[in-house]
Design a protein around this ligand. Structure first.
Ligand code: UDX
Ligand code: UDX
Length: 460
C-alpha cells in the first residue's frame, strides 16, 4: 500500500510551523506521504482529533481533507525516521535561560537531541532540512553530529527557513513571496537542494524558489525578521513623538509608506511586536554580533528590542497617568491577548507584560479574546480573583472603568460602543493600543480616547 507514494516526508516538531507547513505540502502533493511527529502525545492526539492544537484560518479544512490519506500525525518518531527520505526539523529553539549567552543565544538542545535521534535510527540516506530558526552555522554543527561514526555521508543538511506569519500561515505557505533553500556547495549538497526544489515546485513558481549557500540562507532568515521588527520599532518611536507634537501617526505612516522604496507594510504603530520569532531572532543576531566583536552592530539591533519594551511600559504609564495615577481596584477590560489577530498564540504577546504591570498597579482585569482566552488563563491565572476571563466583550466591558485594546482583532472595530459605554463606570476611558476603532466616534459617544501616535481626545 505504501508504494503508491513517490516520496516520504517527515517533519519532527508539530508546532505552529511544522503543523501548517506539512499540512500544505500534503494538500499540494497527494503523491507524497507526509508524516508529522512530535514528542508531545497530547499535541499529536489533538492533531488527530476535531480540535486541532492551534488555530490558523484555513488550516482545519486542509487537515481534514488530507489526514489519513497522505497526512499523518504520530509520536512514533523512530519508525517515522526510518521510512522518510526527507526530514524537516521544526522543533523549538527558545532563547537560552542559563549558561553562556543566557538571555541572548538560542538554546539548541532540542535540535541537537533530534539530530542524535535521527542518527540513531536512520539506516538509509536522508536529507535533513533545518526549518527552525537557528543561528548561523547551525546546519554545519548538525552535520557534524549526524556524520560521526559509521553514518558518514548518509546525511545532507539543508537550510530552508520558514517565512510564514501566524494568522496568515496557510496563505503564506500556498503563495509565498519566496522559498529559500540553502545547500552546501558540493555535488551532493546541490543534488539534495534540487530534491527540495522539486518538492516546492509542485505548487510554487520556479522563479520564486531561490537557492544559496547554507550560511546565507540562515542569515537571511535572521535578517528578514530583524528588518521587519526594526520597522515596527521605528514607526513606534515616531508615533511617540507624534503624541507629543500634534502630528498623527496614521497620516505620517501613509505618507511614508507611499514611497515605493519604503512600501506600506509594517508601519502600524502600536504597543510593540510580539510572537515567538522577532525578539528571539534579534537577540540571536545580537549575540552573533558580539561573538564576532561587532559591538556597534550589536548595540544597533539590541535597541530594536529595547524600544519594544519601552513601548509596552509607555502604554501602561499613559493609562495610569490618564486615570488619575491610581488603578487600585479599578476594573479594566482587556480586549485581545493574542500577539496578533487570527491566532491563539500568546508567545511574547505584549498583553502579557501589560496585564502583569496593570496587576502590579492593583487593577482588576476582565480579559477577553476570540481565540486565545484559554492560553491567557494558563499564562496569567486568576491572581486571587483579580483576573476574570470572559468570552463576550460586552460582558467584559460591563462595570469597567477602562477598555484597553491589546490585539487588533477586527471585531473590536465593529462593536456597539454606545451599548458598551452605557454599561461602564464614568468617566469611561478607552486606550486603543492598536488603533482599531473610530476614535472620533467613540469620543462623541462620551469616551475619553487615547490612541497610539495621536493626541488624546478627552472631555476634561
Ligand atoms: C519553531 C521554532 O521555535 C522556531 O525557531 C522556528 O522559527 C520555527 O519552528 P514553532 O513551530 O512555532 O517554531 O514552535 P512550537 O510550536 O513550540 O513547536 C515545536 C514542537 O517541537 C513542539 O510541539 C515540541 O513538542 C516539539 N519537539 C520539541 C519535539 O518534537 N522534539 C523535541 O526534542 C523538542
Ligand atoms: C514573523 C514574520 O513576519 C515571519 O515572516 C516569520 O516567519 C516569523 O515571524 P509572526 O511573528 O507570525 O511572523 O507575525 P508578524 O505578522 O510578523 O507580526 C509580529 C508582531 O508585530 C505582531 O505582534 C504584530 O502585532 C506586530 N506588528 C506588525 C506591529 O505592531 N505593527 C505592524 O505594522 C506589523
Amino acid at each position: 500500500m505504501e508504494r503508491k507514494f513517490d516520496k516520504r516526508i517527515l517533519c519532527i516538531g508539530a508546532g505552529y510551523v511544522g503543523g501548517p507547513t506539512m499540512s500544505v505540502i500534503a494538500s499540494k502533493c497527494p503523491h507524497y506521504k507526509v508524516t508529522v511527529a512530535d514528542i508531545d502525545t497530547e499535541k499529536i492526539a489533538a492533531w488527530n482529533s476535531d480540535k486541532l492544537p492551534i488555530y490558523e484560518p484555513g488550516l482545519k479544512e486542509i487537515v481534514m481533507e488530507a489526514r489519513g490519506k497522505n497526512l499523518f500525525f504520530t509520536t512514533q518518531i523512530d519508525e517515522a525516521i526510518k521510512e522518510a527520505e526527507v526530514i524537516f526539523v521544526s522543533v523549538n529553539t527558545p532563547t537560552k535561560t542559563g549558561g553562556v549567552g543566557a538571555g541572548m543565544a538560542s538554546d539548541l538542545r532540542y535540535w541537537e537531541n533530534t539530530a542524535r535521534r535521527i542518527r540513531a535510527n536512520a539506516d538509509s540516506p536522508k536529507i535533513i532540512v533545518e526549518k527552525s530558526t537557528v543561528p548561523v552555522k547551525t546546519a554545519e554543527a548538525m552535520e557534524r553530529i549526524l556524520s560521526v561514526g559509521d553514518k558518514q555521508g548518509m546525511f545532507e543538511v539543508l537550510s530552508n527557513p520558514e517565512f510564514l506569519a501566524e494568522g496568515t500561515a496557510i496563505k503564506d505557505l500556498e503563495n509565498p513571496d519566496r522559498v529559500l533553500i540553502g545547500a552546501k556547495e558540493t555535488d551532493s549538497g546541490k543534488k539534495a537542494g534540487d530534491i527540495l526544489v522539486e518538492i516546492y515546485a509542485n505548487w510554487v513558481p520556479r522563479e520564486k524558489i531561490i537557492t544559496s549557500n547554507i550560511w546565507s540562507s540562515e542569515m537571511a532568515k535572521l535578517a528578514s525578521n530583524a528588518f521587519l521588527a526594526q520597522r515596527v520599532s521605528s514607526i513606534n518611536t515616531i508615533a511617540n513623538l507624534c503624541e507629543r507634537s500634534g502630528a498623527n501617526i496614521r497620516e505620517v505612516s501613509r505618507a511614508v509608506g507611499m514611497d515605493h522604496r519604503i512600501g506600506p507594510y509594517f508601519l502600524n504603530a502600536g504597543i510593540g511586536f510580539g510572537g515567538s520569532c522577532f525578539k528571539k531572532d534579534i537577540l540571536s543576531l545580537v549575540y552573533l554580533c558580539r561573538e564576532a566583536g561587532a559591538n556597534q552592530e550589536a548595540d544597533y539591533w539590541e535597541s530594536v528590542v529595547r524600544i519594544n519594551e519601552h513601548q509596552k511600559n509607555r502604554f501602561v504609564r499613559r493609562m495610569v497617568s490618564a486615570m488619575f495615577n491610581s488603578m487600585a481596584e479599578k476594573r479594566i477590560a482587556i480586549f485581545g491577548f493574542a500577539f496578533k489577530p487570527d491566532t491563539c498564540d500568546i508567545r511574547e504577546a505584549p498583553a502579557i507584560t501589560i496585564t502583569r504591570r496593570l496587576l502590579a498597579e492593583g487593577a482588576n482585569l476582565a480579559i477577553t479574546d476570540p481565540k486565545a482566552l484559554e492560553e491567557a488563563r494558563r499564562a496569567i491565572g486568576d491572581q486571587d480573583g483579580h483576573v476574570e476571563y470572559i468570552d463576550d466583550p460586552y460582558k467584559a466591558a460591563e462595570k469597567s472603568h477602562a477598555i484597553a485594546v491589546l490585539t487588533e482583532w477586527k471585531i473590536y472595530g465593529e462593536l456597539d460602543y454606545k451599548r458598551i459605554y452605557g454599561s461602564m463606570e464614568k468617566p469611561a476611558f478607552f486606550f486603543d493600543g492598536r488603533n482599531v476603532v473610530d476614535h472620533k466616534a467613540l469620543f462623541d459617544i462620551g469616551f475619553n480616547v487615547y490612541p497610539v501616535g495621536m493626541p488624546a481626545l478627552t472631555h476634561f
